[in-house]
Design a protein around this ligand. Structure first.
Ligand code: TXA
Ligand code: MG
Length: 336
């Protein structure tokens, strides 16, 4: 599992060629995107894709995102390219947006977990784009972490989580966006937001009209992303989200937990008045908060925190991606 350092802006062509060769031979390459590190395999090679599910311990019902270098390559994987797809692709690709569209036969069933639709995305990262071009095939890439755990925003997180199960890791430093892409389903009458991200409905709706939001509605919606389990993106520590108005109660909880010998961490917008082991003041702006979130949670896990108290950010569309990840990270183990 060699890790190779690569420049995030001008990656070395020799290193990219070597990684592309691993992909073409059916191997697994962890690589940076602007959101999180992905675990990549040739999307057209069912055996290679199966190795991804094995390496992550990912349930077979959770489909993967096919990454491509541009809209032309995306259109080759789908049966329809509606006006909404054209508009979103023109506005946001390369970028942290994934579109779900009816799939073509060329996409193996294992990529889509048997669904008739496929998720496609053009990542905004020079290393990812260079790898896609050099490999000459679409690359499926879930986040490069064991299933259910925190996504990696640094190559070190990939090494710690997947280690020997990856053939090659491309290390281009920390990722810029920090949480996974916004996923939008364009196969129905109206677009549906399957997973919020840093691109919010405020960004999408001016271009394509009203977007349904089952992810915010809390699981009552008819069409959910098959992979959107209640618990996901989770640290080892127990994570409790509190509202700013509950600050006093959260401080009491921290005191009681510390007195009981638990190692307590806090992620806050305003400092808690309590003796916590590690308190992180998070940015008050959603993009900056998203960039730091997983890195901070990885760090609190490494410090041995067993309880992390998190102040809930505002309930506005711009914060929807961050709020979604906090909610999932906060579910008790085993919750669906
Ligand atoms: O930012 C990202 O999207 C990262 C980077 C590596 O690109 N990738 C990522 O992949 O987050 P993953 O596998 O961790 O999450 C993919 C999400 C899952 O929630 C999955 O259920 C959903 O996309 N998905 C994939 N294909 C789908 C489909 N055909 N229909 C509905 N949801 C789909
Ligand atoms: Mg993931």
């Amino acid at each position: 599992m060699p890790t190779i350092r690569v420049d995030p802006v001008a990656p070395d062509a020799g290193v990219i060629a070597r990684a592309a060769e691993v992909i073409r031979r059916g191997g697994l390459v962890a690589f940076p995107t602007e959101t999180v590190y992905g675990l990549g395999a040739n999307a057209l090679d069912a055996a290679a894709v199966r190795r991804i599910y094995e390496a992550k311990g990912r349930p077979g019902y959770n489909p993967l995102i096919a990454h491509v270098a541009d809209s032309v390559a995306a259109a080759r994987l789908v049966r329809a390219w509606p006006e909404a797809a054209a508009r979103l692709a023109a506005a946001f690709w390369p970028g942290p947006l994934t579109l779900v569209l009816p799939k073509r036969e060329v996409v193996p069933d294992i990529v889509t977990a048997g669904l008739d639709t496929v998720a496609v995305r053009v990542p905004a990262h020079a290393v990812a784009l260079a790898l896609l071009r050099a490999a000459g095939v679409p690359i499926v890439a879930p986040s490069a972490n064991p299933s259910m755990m925190l996504s990696p925003t640094r190559a070190e997180h990939v090494e710690q989580g997947l280690g020997e199960r990856v053939d090659l890791i491309l290390d281009a430093g920390p990722t810029r966006v920090g949480i996974e892409s916004t996923v939008v389903d364009l196969t129905g009458d109206r677009p549906v937001l399957l997973r919020p991200g840093v691109l919010s409905t405020d960004d999408l709706e001016p271009l394509i009209g009203p977007v349904d939001r089952p992810a915010e509605a809390g699981g009552t919606a008819p069409r959910r992303a098959p992979g959107m389990l209640a618990r996901h993106y989770a640290p080892r520590a127990e994570l409790r989200v509190f509202e700013p108005t509950e600050r006093g109660r959260a401080a009491e909880l921290a005191r009681a937990a510390a007195a009981a010998g638990r190692v307590v961490g806090a992620l806050v917008l305003v400092p808690l008045d309590a003796p916590v082991h590690e308190e992180v003041c998070m940015p008050a702006e959603p993009a900056a908060y998203a960039r730091e979130l997983y890195d901070v949670l990885h760090r609190l896990d490494a410090l041995g925190c067993d309880l992390v108290l998190v102040e809930e950010p505002p309930a506005t569309p711009a914060w929807a991606g961050v709020r979604d990840r906090l909610r999932r990270a906060g579910q008790p183990a085993g919750a669906q």
